[in-house]
Design a protein around this ligand. Structure first.
Ligand SMILES: [Zn+2]
Length: 118
């Protein structure tokens, strides 16, 4: 057996499991039911772990993990943005300004999306 991935992020683990199931990769969970013990044990001992039953899947499963981690990182980049029309601050998940319905600028980077010159 080979340890594929470990995390205390249950969402990430859950997504990885469904990816593995979709791909037909056999795996085993460790520490799935110890959440109640958090605080009593070092975190390494309570994080959920996904183990590969068959190491021949190692490369393919590793790619799945990598893709998931990239996704996870990208979804964390939804930073707040400022409306270029009215200057209202909006949360990153909104695609339009809640105040004036102006669309979110394409880039979150202020340097890349200068205010329109009148
Ligand atoms: Zn606005």
């Amino acid at each position: 057996m080979e340890k594929l991935f470990g995390s205390d992020d249950r969402f990430l683990i859950q997504r990885l499991r469904s990816e593995l199931e979709t791909a037909g990769i056999p795996y085993l969970m460790k520490n799935e039911y110890v959440a109640g013990a958090v605080g009593e044990l070092p975190w390494q001992d309570v994080q959920q772990q996904v183990w590969l039953l068959d190491e021949s899947w190692s490369q393919q499963a590793g790619k799945l993990v990598h893709t998931l981690q990239e996704d996870d990182r990208n979804s964390g980049e939804k930073t707040d943005w400022q409306c270029q029309q009215c200057g209202e601050a909006n949360e990153g998940e909104f695609a339009i300004c809640w105040q004036c319905q102006a669309p979110k600028p394409e880039s979150d980077c202020p340097q890349c999306s200068p205010l329109p010159t009148p």
